[in-house]
Design a protein around this ligand. Structure first.
Ligand code: N01
Length: 556
């Protein structure tokens, strides 16, 4: 006789996605538990509290659209909200869901093993003293950008001054924001110039005595276009939320920007330059996700926009030699995640700011007092690591997840990442990933797209519950078909031919120098259509209770 698990469903990770999945499963009648490694909810918004941290999405579209009351209640104060406000919003949403009672905090999952005899998962926590938990369904909402990565530099832990990683910033114990750290007059080093590095640099340049920026790869950052949210604008948004949602739902990445349905080369130079100028100064990802349709697929169109943005950097940075160092040479505009900035390039005109180009003078080591490059030693009071994440699969790899026959997910993924819809993996029954590799929400405005994915998983779980199904898993055939489809779509985009976290390349991790298919880049509308067709086709590609489901057919 098989044993009954402790829970019907455990959701691991209480960020914006996990909270909502937990809520939806509870509403369906499942006996649920949420597990969170940290001491509070909010996921990346709880952890990434560095000064300057804010969203790159328009505030009004970074939310839970399922909750009409919250949408009418909450007043965003800036067009692109800062981290404390986003976290406050998530806490307010948690109030609406009355969800805290279902969550166990300070509960980091160390391993998850599928028990074939009993058809459930056993989760063991980092805290060795705690008893293992068993659950029929194991939902992982671990976040594609939540496993912080330190640089692989000699002596990285030997520095005796203050050190911070942007993704593990000290917290204000009484509030939603960062701890009140005083950087005024200090010698501060920042390593890394991705989205986090750019945001923290903009802030610390205002107060640091000397700010030294260690840049390995410059990025094509464009203006954020932030400003206060007027009450008038907020009222307009509240009255027209349906239109804002519809705009996101018809766009590729769930943002209110649509590509222009023309190729750049087909438009007269004057017109295209005027358009690019307008988009450069437009809000958020206007230029990245709102330019001509071929900019992210055609090398010539891409080079044109890259040159346009390079000219902007040259205009904004006074010293031409520094300007050249800030212009990317190894990739074109938009083929890596575009960071958004507010007067970032002007920081390099300040007397208290230095740029160290690590391509010319690499870091040799970090020591007790500072950083040694191939050229010189620099002493610091503070070193900030803005060195990013073990992205997309990293948070899953940090848990020892074992499916049928003891198969380890990490080892399988070292070879090749394969999933069905980015939701499930063959031989890992009842294991779901939300916003993980190859999922429609990962290359998307995450709150919007993850809610759509969660809603769809809820439809699947309603079917499972009503049919009394004990095991759900994809067929190998469906998994192969989905993975090939993702690879095919990625091959058509320039970003698929570029080393970045999008393609799984991470120079700080051994063996991660090969590009992988980690993203579904077909866009939010296509992903939703695919989900709908799977549902309409009797959940094509999934097997229930070991029964053979219908063939996946061609994914496209
Ligand atoms: O991380 P990154 P991030 N020596 O990986 C450098 C989201 N996000 O935290 O490019 C020296 O982009 C590395 O250099 P290189 C957003 O999706 C969103 O900034 O590897 N340098 C790079 O410059 C974003 O894309 C918001 O050559 C080293 C930097 O560190 C994602 O999170 C805000 C190094 C890492 O950049 C990740 O952003 C912030 C080494 N050994 C982040 N190792 C919002 O707006 C790494 N680097 C919502």
């Amino acid at each position: 006789m098989t044993k009954t698990p402790d829970f019907d469903a455990v959701v691991v990770g209480m960020g914006i996605t996990g909270l909502y999945q937990l809520y939806r499963l509870r509403e369906l009648g499942y006996d649920v538990l949420g597990l969170e490694a940290s001491d509070n909810l909010g996921g990346v918004w709880h952890q990434n509290r560095y000064p300057g941290c804010r969203i790159d999405s328009e505030s009004e579209i970074y939310g839970y659209f399922w909750n009409k009351e919250l949408m009418q209640e909450f007043n965003w104060t800036e067009r692109f909200a800062a981290q404390p406000e986003v976290l406050r919003y998530i806490h307010r949403a948690a109030d609406y869901m009355d969800i805290r009672k279902d969550i166990r905090f300070n509960a980091r999952v160390r391993s998850a093993t599928f028990d074939e005899a009993n058809g459930y998962w056993t989760l063991r926590l980092q805290d060795e003293g705690s008893a293992p938990l068993t659950t029929r369904f194991f939902f992982s909402a671990l976040g594609p950008l939540s496993a912080p990565q330190m640089p692989n530099v000699d002596g990285v832990h030997t520095f005796k001054g203050e050190t911070y990683h942007t993704a593990r910033w000290p917290r204000d114990p009484g509030g939603f924001g960062p701890a009140k750290l005083d950087f005024s007059g200090k010698r501060v080093a920042v390593i890394g110039t991705g989205s986090s590095g750019i945001q923290v640099i903009q802030e610390l340049a205002k107060v640091a005595g000397r700010l030294t920026i260690f840049q390995r790869s410059p990025n094509w950052a464009t203006p954020l276009g932030n400003g206060p949210m007027s009450q008038e604008r907020m009222d307009h948004i509240k009255a027209n939320y349906d239109r804002f949602i519809a705009a996101c739902d018809t766009s590729i990445a769930g943002f209110p920007h649509q590509f222009i349905e023309k190729n750049l080369q087909d438009v007269a130079k004057d017109e295209r330059d005027a358009t690019l100028e307008k988009l450069y100064h437009g809000p958020g990802f206007s230029l990245w996700l709102g330019a001509y349709q071929d900019v992210l697929t055609d090398t010539k169109a891409n080079a044109y926009v890259s040159e346009f943005v390079a000219a902007k950097i040259r205009q904004r940075v006074k010293d031409p030699k520094i300007a050249e160092k800030l212009i990317p040479r190894d990739h074109g505009f938009g083929v890596k995640r575009v960071p958004l900035e507010t007067k970032y390039f002007e920081v390099f005109n300040q007397d208290n700011v230095d740029l160290i180009d690590l391509n010319e003078t690499p870091i040799e080591r970090i020591d007790k007092t500072g950083i040694q490059t191939t050229e010189k030693h620099l002493d610091f009071d503070v070193i900030i690591f803005a060195t990013g994440f073990d992205a997309i699969k990293g948070s899953w790899n940090r848990i020892d997840i074992r499916g049928r026959g003891g198969r380890r997910l990490r080892e399988m993924w070292d070879n090749e990442v394969k999933t069905y819809m980015g939701l499930q993996v063959a031989d890992f029954p009842n294991f779901f990933m939300l916003v993980g590799p190859q999922n429609g929400a990962t290359f998307c405005n995450i709150p919007r797209c993850s809610a759509l994915v969660t809603d769809w998983v809820t439809v699947l779980m309603r079917h499972v519950r009503s049919e009394g199904i004990k095991l759900v898993e994809p067929t190998e055939e469906a998994q192969d078909s989905w993975t090939s489809y993702c690879a095919h779509l990625l091959s058509k985009m320039l970003l698929g031919q570029t080393n970045s976290w999008f393609t799984g390349v991470n120079k700080n991790i051994e063996g991660r120098n090969k590009r992988e298919t980690l993203l579904f880049v077909g866009g939010n509308p296509k992903f939703r259509q695919y989900c709908d067709s799977v549902e309409a086709d009797n959940f094509r590609g999934f097997k229930f209770d070991g029964g053979v489901a219908r063939a996946a057919g061609t994914a496209a």
